[in-house]
Design a binder for this molecule. Structure first.
Ligand SMILES: NC(=O)c1ccc[n+]([C@@H]2O[C@H](COP(=O)([O-])OP(=O)(O)OC[C@H]3O[C@@H](n4cnc5c(N)ncnc54)[C@H](OP(=O)(O)O)[C@@H]3O)[C@@H](O)[C@H]2O)c1
Length: 410
């Protein structure tokens, strides 16, 4: 069965011939994925026309990007930053807007391709707006699929939208996933770097600081996903994301720790073949893959030197030291609103950790408590997602606020 247009072989719903500009919008343009996307777009001015750029607060970077790529519209979600953005873009002819509704409108404006690179469930409404008008949606914002996966993939099918995976592991699998022979696919493998605490004991992790947690060994990313990588919740979110993108059950989505982050994803076929995608750990490769799809466009990522690498290492993940990965699989198995609860509680706990209000191990502990406290939330429509998300945030905030945190190891 084809899910949400996540197929490799067939041509996209392109109304334009080759050589014609692709109109793009970048949601979360000032972040790590967003900046890489804008860099690639700016390097190909004859191929892309920028309809809209969207950020939360960073109007300085947003305005400079908007001028650089001559965006038609720049939107800042935080309304208190509207005046500052307006004055930075004075005389440029670039339209300026602010507020959450304007973010959704930016995604809803006609463009061929939308990069969904807002962080967290905040990206759900604008991503859905792009899906519902049948756009090609390059999806970096994995939390959207974690909190509302079935609703988003159903909407994509209904509206003829195409989801292009941007997460490096999912993009890798997308490149080697023969959807015409899905019956011959036994399982897929997502690789995980293991994060900065791969070799740390639970006791040592209990004392981890935010600065240590965001210092990822291979990737330069935003703070939230860096902490998710350190807890390995990121890989848990990615298992749920892969389930929705590739229509596979949890037991056919394997996770293997691969500290070098060179092999990003693999597909095992029934004849014993294993197809993998390799590349240096640089998000410009998967972003370029989605930006040019179904064609390939150049990206300046460093090229792999296999002889210099010498060896590639792989190991099984340690679910005792990294319980977040187990929790994500349990949430996926529980179904209904459990993944929504997992995601919302994790967002609250990660923010609290980054603020120094809880310890590193408390992140997974709070998520586990939230999953136990809020079982069986049915998800039939979008309002159910928002209600469950709100409830889980309130619950997790109360656990953060109780001052009972700072779990010891073990
Ligand atoms: N970074 C990576 O290498 C990577 C790899 C794979 C997947 N991803 C996924 O991609 C997403 C983005 O990650 P990131 O590392 O790029 O995050 P990031 O650096 O923190 O950037 C987040 C972006 O979203 C904007 N934003 C945040 N909340 C918003 C809101 N409510 N409305 C509008 N804009 C909002 C931010 O604006 P301000 O700058 O103004 O705050 C920023 O532009 C995440 O879901 C992450 O899991 C990232």
């Amino acid at each position: 069965m084809e899910r949400a247009g996540v197929t490799r072989g067939s041509a996209p719903r392109q109304r334009k011939g080759p050589g014609v500009m692709r109109r793009v919008a970048v949601l979360g343009s000032t972040g790590s994925v967003g900046c890489n996307t804008v860099e690639l777009v700016a390097a190909n001015p004859h191929a892309y026309e920028v309809e809209a750029l969207v950020a939360l607060r960073n109007v300085e970077r947003l305005a400079s990007q908007a001028r650089e790529v001559r965006a038609k519209l720049a939107v800042v979600a935080d309304e208190s930053r509207y005046r500052a953005l307006k004055s930075l873009l004075e005389g440029s002819g670039i339209e300026v807007a602010a507020g959450a509704a304007s973010v959704v409108e930016a995604a809803a404006r006609p463009s061929d391709w939308v990069m969904a690179a807002i962080v967290g469930a905040a990206g759900l409404a604008p991503t859905l707006a792009a899906v519902e008008r049948g756009a090609m949606v390059a999806l970096a914002n994995k939390e959207v699929l974690v909190c509302a996966g079935a609703l988003v993939t159903d909407a994509a099918k209904r509206h003829g939208a195409r989801l292009l995976p941007v997460d490096s592991e999912h993009n890798a699998i997308f490149q080697v996933f023969d959807s015409g022979q899905a019956h011959a696919i036994e399982r897929i493998v997502l690789t995980a770097s293991g994060g900065p605490f791969r070799e740390r004991s639970r006791e040592a992790m209990a004392a981890a600081t935010p600065a240590e947690a965001v210092a990822h060994p291979n990737w330069r990313m935003g703070a939230k996903i860096s902490v998710d990588s350190a807890t390995m919740m990121n890989k848990g979110l990615e298992v749920i994301e892969a389930h929705h993108l590739f229509d596979l059950p949890s037991e056919r989505i394997e996770v293997v720790v691969h500290p070098q982050s060179v092999v990003h994803g693999l597909v095992y076929y029934s004849d014993g073949s294993v197809l993998a995608q390799l590349g240096s750990p640089d998000m410009r490769t998967p972003i370029a893959n989605a930006l040019g799809w179904p064609l390939r466009i150049p990206a300046p990522s460093p090229r792999l030197d296999l002889a210099a690498l010498g060896r590639l290492a792989f190991e099984a993940p340690d679910l005792d030291r990294f319980p977040a990965l187990r929790l994500a699989r349990e949430a996926l198995a529980a179904g209904d609103g459990a993944p929504t609860v997992l995601n919302a509680a994790n967002e609250v706990a990660v923010a609290a950790f980054l603020d120094g209000r809880i310890g590193f191990l408390d992140i997974a502990a709070i998520v586990e408590e939230a999953l136990a406290a809020l079982p069986d939330r049915p998800i039939a429509e979008l309002d159910d997602v928002y209600d469950t998300d709100r409830e889980a945030r309130a619950y997790a905030s109360s656990r953060v606020g109780n001052g009972v945190r700072r779990a010891a190891g073990g």
